[in-house]
Design a protein around this ligand. Structure first.
Ligand code: FAD
Length: 402
């Protein structure tokens, strides 16, 4: 087992850091305070090949691989948490789902636009009454009428719903069939009857909009069905497995940002005649945070490498890595909050933002409780967390010297 990054990995990371220093860091505060969603950054990241890292060139991808994707997502999230969500939507859940489950026409039409950042994606699974229990709480329906489906219902907490162009919506096509009664659809946001409204939240603001979506007799042609009718639940679970890699990498980036901030502050802030970094309790926070982030990073890298080499999804590893990385990011932000004292809540520092985002990422793509259930049931032998393991139809991994 070789834990070293390659010179390619370092070069990509450096390119991303330079891009972030020039195009992102100077503007983050302005975007947040002005409630601005920075759409043009998507295009720039797309043009650099960052969003298409795990996709074949044939569909506009840059074929950089999963490990490079995690390095990119980590750096981007370290610079601006909100921008990390771009990778969930535009470089993983949406394009991956269409690549692996969609028709060739769907692949050619949608994948290149998402990974170029010219169209913003969204992933519409959660409903007002169905988050963790998404199947039990799903009331939205898609009824086949002639050559089109009619979608009715509502979705909740849909990231980027108000700024998106086209994304995925999961609805019941057969209420009686449980898991096999859900189907996945491509839905353009300008279709009559589709509305997305911003969910009021001071925590996220509009630079990272989350929305409620209403489907009032939205009509989509039959060719907008992704995969077969009834495959939607399996498709959604598969997408979340890949999404968890991205969320995990985002958490490592946020944890690292919190560590960067607390380290600098501990050297600058003085109390009792010395920098607070000289106090052992502050040092313990810094040491524990640094080690935990390194451990989370290794779990995410292992997941990325396994995805790169195995050719199948990795539900067990995804669940464990996402769970741990989110807990670590949260603890890092909590410790930073303590170290910053009263200044943690001021707009001069991003500490409260780190804490809020880490808390949210513990919930997104499967809550911490759900991950604990999946992990424990697997260990206890009740249900394998790898039960939704799926083969990647298109190898998304890079060639390795085995
Ligand atoms: C910022 C943000 C962005 C999001 N983006 C998207 C998106 O783009 N697309 C999308 O489809 N969804 C999105 N979500 C929704 C997210 O996936 C859900 O919030 C999550 O699945 C939890 O659902 P819930 O909020 O309804 O909580 P609930 O499911 O109501 O859970 C409430 C609490 O009960 C616990 N709980 C529930 N069931 C169990 C159980 N069996 N055992 C133990 N504890 C349990 C949960 O862990 C949680 O602590 C987003 C959420 C947030 C906060």
């Amino acid at each position: 087992m070789d834990f070293r990054l390659s010179s390619d990995n370092y070069a990509i990371r450096e390119t991303v850091q330079q891009f972030l220093d020039k195009e992102v860091r100077p503007y983050v505060r302005g975007w947040e305070q002005g409630n601005i969603f920075p759409k043009e950054i998507y295009r720039k990241m797309g043009a650099m090949g960052l969003l298409g890292s795990t996709f074949p060139e044939k569909y506009g991808g840059s074929e950089l691989g999963f490990l490079n994707l995690t390095l990119i997502v980590e750096e981007v999230s370290r610079a601006h948490e909100a921008l990390g969500s771009a990778f969930n939507m535009n470089s993983m859940t949406c394009p991956y789902t269409v690549l692996n489950w969609g028709s060739e026409d769907q692949r050619k039409t949608y994948v290149p636009e998402w990974i170029a950042g010219t169209k913003i994606g969204f992933f519409g699974l959660t409903e007002p009454d169905g988050g963790t229990d998404v199947l039990g709480g799903m009331t939205s329906t898609a009824i086949l009428e002639g050559d089109h489906y009619v979608l009715r219902g509502a979705k909740q907490f849909i990231t980027l719903g108000t700024v998106a162009d086209v994304g995925l919506i999961f609805c019941k096509t057969d209420r009686e069939r449980g898991h096999d009664g859900v189907s996945a659809f491509l839905v353009e946001t300008d279709r009559p009857g589709f509305t997305a409204s911003l969910i009021a939240t001071r925590v996220l603001g509009e630079s990272w909009p989350t929305s409620a979506i209403f489907l009032d007799n939205v009509t989509v042609p039959i060719d907008h069905l992704v995969g077969a009718e009834g495959q939607g639940f399996q498709i959604a679970m598969n997408a979340l497995d890949y999404g968890r890699l991205v969320v995990g990498a985002r958490c490592v980036g946020i944890g690292q940002a919190a560590l960067d901030e607390m380290t600098q502050y501990s050297q600058e802030r003085h109390a009792f005649g010395q920098p607070i970094g000289k106090f052992q309790q502050i040092q313990a926070h810094i040491a524990n945070t640094a080690v935990e982030i390194e451990a989370a990073r290794l779990m995410i890298y292992r997941l990325a490498m396994t995805l790169e080499r195995s050719g199948t999804s990795q539900p067990r590893l995804s669940s464990q890595a996402k769970y741990y990385a989110a807990e670590v990011a949260y603890r890092a932000a909590e410790r930073a909050f303590e170290i910053f004292g009263g200044y943690a809540v001021t707009d001069d520092y991003p500490i409260a933002r780190h804490l809020n985002t880490a808390a949210l990422l513990r919930t997104g793509e499967g809550s911490a409780n759900l991950q604990r259930v999946l992990i424990a049931e697997d260990i206890l032998g009740y249900r394998s967390s790898d039960r939704y393991r799926v083969e990647q139809k298109f190898p998304l991994w890079r060639a390795h010297d085995e």
